[in-house]
Write a protein that binds this ligand. Structure first.
Ligand code: NAD
Ligand code: TYD
Length: 339
């Protein structure tokens, strides 16, 4: 297969490229990435070094219609997996504009260019956050009405609806995947788990929003990548598939587990001003993906967290490299008002 992966220099995209390279050594993988603050070429150094002609990196924006169309034709792309996005809720609260641009207009550009170029399938990678927030019980189903609460999730929902419209209007082969919170190697240290690792490793205070009882359903990134691969290979055109890790945890328990694994104690925990519009609980029902795709998460939260912390401990140079000037500026301004 000749596959275009967008956003491959980000957290999940990089893990996906490594997984596809390992499982499908005969595939041609083309990675289109704008290299925003969240994109890091360093994450793919090992792939670049060993893959030869099986892998190519293209620096560019998914909103650039001319570039995307050219790439699809010149590379004779057969399928696209669209990971490229602005992905951090807190940043979307500060400024929604890049989220609308990349997550909505970029997705539209990918869908339209792929259709015009006769690309077989687009897998659009989305999130459980499009469903909004749950009370203490229940799970999100693919049929749960979309009720996004943050500018990030609103922009992702916009793209999901465009994907649906492309299937209904043009009969385009589009599959949407919605996954719960990922963690694992190469995750940018603005998201809960790597941020708390960085703070704990330095002996700094760990900022927990609100009462720390918000619940997320954690999935190890390899399991999500397997789900996307299954959707790409076996998904029904026009279908939406939920993926989850069957590992619901209140944030405070995640933070305590990281403190234990780094040899620190709970005195580092600081409860800080809550995130505005903070979704209380996410939980995914992935029966459809289990039935139609054979999807099942394979890594437990305790195994996955141990592997993740061990990876960060073994890769201080990667962490150093991604914490650049732009990262520091946002982190300082966002957390200043919350302590
Ligand atoms: P990330 O922020 O780590 O990486 C995003 C990548 O996209 C970066 O490499 C960035 O340079 C690139 N990018 C951004 N704008 C671009 C543009 N206009 N053109 C080309 N490239 C661009 O994100 P992630 O955590 O790897 O998430 C990947 C996808 O998975 C996103 O669509 C996200 O919404 C979705 N998702 C993430 C999670 C999660 O827990 N991280 C859960 C469910 C779904
Ligand atoms: P995050 O990793 O940003 O993912 P999302 O908002 O997409 O679920 O946050 C995960 C949870 O951790 C969420 O409930 C917010 C919380 N959180 C904190 O308590 N403190 C922090 O500094 C961050 C970044 C997140």
């Amino acid at each position: 297969m000749r596959l275009l992966v967008t956003g491959g220099c980000g957290f999940i995209g990089a893990n996906f490229l490594y997984a596809m390279r390992e499982r499908h050594p005969d595939w041609r993988l083309v990675n289109l990435d704008k290299l925003t603050y969240a994109g890091n070429l360093g994450s793919l150094r090992a792939l670049e070094a060993e893959a030869g002609d099986a892998y190519a990196f293209v620096h560019g924006d998914i909103c650039d219609k001319g570039l995307v169309s050219r790439l699809l034709v010149e590379e004779r792309i057969e399928a696209v997996v669209n990971f490229a996005a602005e992905s951090h809720v807190d940043r979307s609260i500060e400024d929604a504009a890049p989220f609308v641009s990349t997550n909505v207009l970029g997705a539209q550009t990918i869908l339209d260019c792929a259709r015009r170029a006769g690309v077989g399938r687009v897998v659009h990678v989305s999130t459980d956050e499009v469903y909004g927030s749950l009370g203490p019980t229940g799970q999100f189903l693919e049929t749960t009405p979309l009720a996004p609460n943050s500018p990030y999730s609103a922009s992702k929902a916009g793209a999901d609806l465009l994907a649906r419209a492309c299937h209904e209007t043009y009969g385009q082969d589009v599959v949407v995947t919605r996954c719960s919170n990922n963690y694992g190697p190469y995750q940018f240290p603005e998201k809960l788990i790597p941020l708390m690792y960085v703070k704990a490793a330095r002996g700094e205070a760990l900022p927990v929003y609100g009462d720390g009882r918000n619940v997320r359903d954690w999935i190890f990134v390899d399991d999500h990548c397997r789900g996307v691969e299954l959707a790409l290979l076996h998904g029904r055109p026009g279908a939406v598939y939920n993926f989850g890790g069957a590992a619901e945890m209140p944030n405070i328990e995640v933070v305590r587990a990281i403190l234990r694994l780094t040899g620190r104690d709970d005195t580092l925990i600081r409860f800080v001003t809550d995130r505005p519009g903070h979704d209380r609980r996410y939980a995914m029902n992935f029966d459809l993906a289990a039935r139609e795709l054979g999807f099942a998460p394979s890594v437990s939260f305790s195994q996955g967290l141990e592997r993740t912390i061990a990876w960060y401990q073994a890769n201080p140079a990667w962490l150093e490299e991604v914490q650049s000037g732009a990262y520091l500026t946002f982190m300082q301004s966002w957390y200043k008002g919350r302590a």
